[in-house]
Design a protein around this ligand. Structure first.
Ligand SMILES: Cc1ncc(COP(=O)(O)O)c(C=O)c1O
Length: 443
């Protein structure tokens, strides 16, 4: 019996003992394709020699310094590297150890900005149902996943309110055009600003492409332009959570590049360090930094492990590989191949209602009836069944239930590493197709 508290007390997961490229090796001798990099994390696959070498090199210099006392070269270089061309006006980076910590930092930075510029009344945040921003209490307060919130609801902050996500497959009316749906969502957001009092709102927070909770749902064209305008009109900030969809995952370094807007604060994590070290962070717009500089002079927040040298060295190596090996075009090409393959294999499947996503960030939504979009009975745990069946076919994917409202619906996320080849993509599609067939046959 393990003394490690696993995700489930009923089952022990497979023991991973090694990895190479797109494969993970388990203690029972299996070689499994890592088709989702865990939760869209392992963007360069496993045991990348340049990343491993950078970590060892950093350890040979210095493993840790505290940021109240010292800076370190790896963190300085990482910030310079990812912000070299000031993407979207983002000028500074703060590095922490996870996506949740990044979200906490974004929330506090946004609030502090308004204190610095003399608007202390701004204390409210608007986020979206079915968004996920992390599991710490602040980030969970901003999240809209009913299942994750429920046990802790009495502890969550009422500074956060939720509006509808842009989720066309589930919530766009059949007689509604894309433009009408986007406008309806804009009206709802605007109404929420007025309900709270626009002068009281700090920020609107959203995932640019929604990840785990709904399964790789990109917004319709024009949605984020409208959101940006509404935030600007009311003097509020826009926080984009790109923990899952950012740092190349959707085919551009930042997912917002495909929306024609940029955020005031961006949260990053998974693709930043590719899982080689725990690292997350925020990228901050210049006007916010200018306000801090003209005001109190410091960000009133911090963690012992912020800007950790080894984590930053690993992330810097990951980012250099992405750039030096010119992986963005591969993400784009392999993303198209993945979409074409999934459409070919599962596009007419009775139990696959939707195939969606961008770049190497795609999902299938499972349904009991394609025509009516009726979901499976949650008790069947269809997404778990597909996960298990996929393991049997030598494929790891990221399953999730609660697609529609936190309780109902099932989807599977596929997020291969950026180094995936055409043969890897074809193998993922073939194995996932077989897994879906087996899972459906099992009920
Ligand atoms: C969009 C998004 N934000 C925040 C988080 C939280 O990140 P972490 O689990 O590293 O705390 C996640 C994790 O899945 C995420 O997908």
């Amino acid at each position: 019996m393990s003394h490690l508290l696993h995700r489930s007390l009923d089952a022990e997961p497979l023991l991973a003992v090694g990895g190479q490229g797109i494969y993970l090796h388990t203690a029972d001798g299996r070689q499994i394709i890592d088709g989702s990099g865990g939760a869209a994390v392992a963007c360069l696959g496993h045991r990348h020699p340049r990343v491993n070498a950078a970590i060892v090199e950093q350890l040979s210099q210095v493993a840790y310094v505290h940021t109240a006392l010292f800076s370190n070269a790896a963190a300085e270089e990482l910030a310079d590297f990812i912000l070299a061309d000031a993407p979207g006006g983002l000028s500074h980076a703060y590095f922490c150890s996870s996506g949740s910590e990044g979200m906490e930092a974004a929330i506090k930075m946004a609030r502090q900005y308004f204190l610095e510029i003399g608007q202390p009344n701004r204390t409210k945040f608007i986020a979206r149902r079915q968004g996920y921003h992390g599991n710490t209490l602040g980030a969970l307060s901003a999240g809209g996943n009913a299942m994750r919130r429920a046990p802790y609801a009495p502890l969550l902050s009422d500074a956060f309110s939720l509006v509808s996500p842009c989720f066309p497959y589930r919530f766009q009316a059949s007689d509604e055009s894309d433009e009408q749906y986007v406008r309806r969502l804009g009206d709802e957001l605007e109404a929420e600003f007025f309900r709270l009092g626009p002068e009281n709102v700090v920020a609107f927070a959203a995932e640019t492409v929604v990840g785990a909770t709904t399964g790789c749902v990109a917004a319709l064209p024009g949605y984020f332009k409208q959101v940006r305008k509404i935030c600007d009109r009311h003097g509020a900030l826009l926080i984009l959570d790109e923990v899952m969809c950012g740092m190349g995952r959707t085919g551009t370094m930042h997912a917002w590049e495909q929306e024609g807007i940029s955020p005031d604060i961006q949260v990053i994590a998974k693709g930043l360090g590719g899982g080689y070290q725990p690292i997350g962070g925020i990228l901050i717009g210049k006007r916010i930094i200018d306000a801090l500089r003209a005001g109190s002079g410091s960000f009133r927040h911090g963690h012992t492990y912020q800007a950790h040298p080894v984590a930053c060295a690993a992330a810097l190596a990951v980012q250099k590989v992405i750039r030096e090996d010119d992986l963005l075009p591969n993400i784009h090409a392999m993303g198209e191949r993945l979409m074409a393959g999934l459409t070919d294999r599962l596009g007419n499947h009775r139990h696959v209602g939707d195939i969606r996503g961008r770049g190497l960030f795609q999902a299938i939504e499972l349904v009991s009836d394609r025509a009516t979009k009726q979901e499976f009975d949650p008790a069947l745990k269809m997404n778990e069944r597909v996960k298990q069946a996929a393991f049997d076919h030598g494929l790891a994917i990221y399953p999730m239930g609660g697609t529609i409202d936190g309780n109902r619906g099932d989807h599977i996320c596929i997020a291969p590493p950026y180094i995936a080849t055409a043969a890897d993509i074809d193998a993922i599609v073939a194995r996932l197709g077989d897994a879906v067939d087996d899972a459906v046959a099992s009920v």
